[in-house]
Ligand binder design. Sequence first.
Ligand SMILES: [Fe+2]
Length: 496
Amino acid sequence: MDDTQLTRRALLGSAAAGAAGLALGGPLSRSALAARGDFRLGFESVARELSIGSLDVDGSVPGWLRGTLVRNGPGRYEVGDKSFEHWFDGLAMLHAFSFGRGRVGYANRFLRSSSYEAAERDGVIAFNEFATDPCRAIFNGTAAMFKLAPVPNANVNVARLGREFVAMTELPLPVKFDPETLRTVGAQGEALRLGNTGTAHPHRTRSGRSVTYEVELIPPSAYIVRSGGRELARIPVTKPAYMHSFSLTERFAVLTEQPFAVDPMKLVTDWEPYIRNFRWDGSAPTRMHVVDLERGGVRATLETDAFFTFHHVNAFDDGDRITVDLLAYDDATVIDALYLKKLRDLSVKRVPAATPRRLTLDLAKNRVTSRELWDGAVELPRVDYGAVNARPYRYVYGVGVRDRRKSSFFDQLVKLDVRSGEPRIWREDGCFPGEAVFVRAPAARREDDGVALSVVLDSRRRTSFLLVLDARTFTERARAVVPQPVPFGFHGELFR
Ligand SMILES: [Fe+2]
């Protein structure tokens, strides 16, 4: 997207009638709110789709930074007089930050998913989401059956697949979009099948092969690892686990089967929203499945103590030892904590925070050992993917919390040196940052030569800004201010 295509104009002002006035929950002291800032603004819907050629920039954006950072996440939570239940349910909105000659442009646009179209056209929640079922009224008051969207509400991540740009959620049906205009092109692939889920975090090998997995929830249930069009492994399972990401080493794919699993029969008989069918069993192990990328098949399945994870960070292998770094929670209560009612209730003091953990899988001894890499919180992890994925590495960038007991939401950025366990922190009062995308500098000599790009909610000014951090020092180089709040999202990618 270049500057000539971006003009300061609002394209649309239709959605989210309820966006302006969400009820404040829980007791709240004005002084506490003034000190901490009110993160709940990041869970309000935005109505306006903007296209702005050049944002006001404070500081200096590196001239070498080119391309468009596309970010994905919920942009709207209300439909008619109903609301989605969970952070993960909101209607997908794409945000584009375009870089060139030191300038930063901005545009945002709702993904025209089936859910969005139904919300606009009929004013109803028409399809199943992560934690919200369709409005029962549209089924004449009968129980809501699973209703699969022809174009999913792909609000989690974006990627370039070959020559196409796609938005993704945890379904094996990406949605194509035009990165120049953020226009939705349509679903890529065949219609969804009931009970067939996927990942919004596919990998690619150093030779450029894609590696991904699917989970067949309906019997015969299985985890299926694919590379390109080829099925690498099929791992049968009685009660499939919820899985959000996985990791690659140069020789293996590593899947985490955590004890947060579903009885498939509940899924087809109970009609609970999808994620509410899953149950945590802390007495059961977490299983690590190691799939051979060349020969296919499962090389090993190792067991360790129960933990919950959304995000693997990175992994690498050395002979029969595999190192897997991931962000671990004690259990799956984080999913409950991310219901909008709880997030908007200031009497709920904290969101469970994940700790970076290193698992060492000893294939010869069939044993897993683990240790914390740091005792602080990290989520939404990024590494210099092109250079270090599947290899030994040193730095992970993520969001974190400054005080596990008091912070209600992510209120700092963290750069962690996984070798030394030393963190560097960026924070500012009243500010709530999102995922930090690392971008390597041209002719980089060190792993952290580059910048980290994060969209930060400035709750006091009721705006957001694109923060450009020097990745080495983790200090601010520039910020570009968006004239409206950008709701909290999940993942993004710089496309060049
Ligand atoms: Fe994710």
